[in-house]
Ligand binder design. Structure first.
Ligand SMILES: NC(=O)c1ccc[n+]([C@@H]2O[C@H](COP(=O)([O-])OP(=O)(O)OC[C@H]3O[C@@H](n4cnc5c(N)ncnc54)[C@H](OP(=O)(O)O)[C@@H]3O)[C@@H](O)[C@H]2O)c1
Length: 297
């Protein structure tokens, strides 16, 4: 299958590449001018906010399907700069959906758990949405925009972890790992819950969507529900780092950041039943990360 991935150098794009079959062809696009080495994909530069550039790219590459993951995903930045967040996410989704419709490509739009307010977990795909910050509201508008592609599915990954490209933002696990390695103290909240998603599990679920082309929404998440404090303990244990550096706090410790939904834990039933992808435990995902470092276990 030939697919085009926007935001190919982010964690999701990396997981998608690392779970591709040898016969799959991946064209990836990202924004900033740098090169990532990867024999599995051809990475190009394209700003998805530019509808003409997106149209030219999809016309030239003729992918069977497009995974649209590009956009500004930093919640606190978008809270302070909602217009920038809207231009990046909504502008990009509009351009990609229009080009998919014109060229008959199936669109997989990558949304988020931030479309929920976190008061009624666990969330199934049918649960009513109720975002509580700008980023969540913008991503929900993007889901509606993605529908204009005609043939489409929406995948909502929850908090993702895995080894990211150095040039991209860290995720909570790689961030914690670096902090603990430098023996820095880390305050972690005990009142925000998710069931974190390993990037390779996310990749496998996305390939299943790409091959089966189901319509509708899919929640992608792991098999272990934790708060950030418990996530920190699991990271320290997995990598043999000092858990006594972790300070247990609640959200009132961080008054300056955008309010986070308290518990967006996802139901993983539809993912497991219809995509045939098992929800990996946190221990399994962290174990795979450790093995990828070549330190056994
Ligand atoms: N990470 C999570 O925990 C999580 C959770 C839920 C949902 N999601 C969703 O998953 C998607 C991917 O997230 P991620 O964490 O993999 O992303 P990420 O690490 O933040 O990377 C963002 C990617 O998008 C590209 N990009 C940004 N603006 C662009 C533009 N205007 N044109 C073209 N490319 C652009 C970046 O390119 P450059 O590197 O060149 O800047 C990079 O490849 C996002 O839609 C996010 O909402 C992520």
């Amino acid at each position: 299958m030939k697919i085009l991935v926007t935001g190919s150098t982010g964690l999701l794009g990396k997981g998608l590449e690392e779970t591709a079959a040898p016969s799959d062809e991946i064209v990836g696009v990202h924004l900033r001018d740098y090169r990532v080495k990867d024999p599995r994909a051809r990475h190009l530069l394209c700003d998805v906010r530019d509808p003409e550039a997106v149209e030219r790219l999809i016309a030239a590459e003729k992918p069977e399907a497009v995974v649209h993951a590009a956009g500004l995903a930093a919640v606190d930045h978008v809270e302070k700069h909602p217009d920038e967040g809207r231009a990046s996410n909504l502008g990009g989704t509009r351009a990609v959906a229009q080009a998919c419709r014109k060229h008959g490509a199936f669109l997989v739009y990558i949304s988020t758990n931030a479309v929920f307010d976190g008061t009624k977990a666990p969330y199934s795909e049918e649960a009513p949405t109720a975002p509580i910050h700008h980023y969540g509201r913008i991503k929900l508008e993007c889901e509606a925009e993605a529908a204009k592609a005609g043939a489409f599915a929406v995948a909502r990954p929850i908090l993702m972890y895995g080894w990211n490209h150095q040039v991209n933002r860290p995720n909570p696990v790689t961030w914690l790992y670096e902090k603990l390695l430098r023996a820095e103290r880390v305050p972690l909240v005990d009142d925000v819950f998710e069931n974190p998603l390993f990037d390779l599990q996310c990749g496998r679920a996305l390939w299943a969507i790409l091959r089966k082309r189901p319509a509708g929404v899919f929640h992608l998440a792991g098999g272990t529900r934790v708060n950030r404090w418990e996530l920190g303990l699991a990271v320290a244990k997995a990598f043999g780092l000092d858990a006594s550096l972790l300070d247990r706090v609640d959200s009132s410790h961080f008054p300056a950041i955008a309010p986070r939904p308290k518990d967006t834990t996802f139901s993983t039933g539809r993912m497991e039943r219809e995509l045939g992808v098992r929800a990996m435990t946190l221990e399994e995902g962290l174990g795979e990360m450790r093995r990828a470092m070549g330190v056994g276990g």
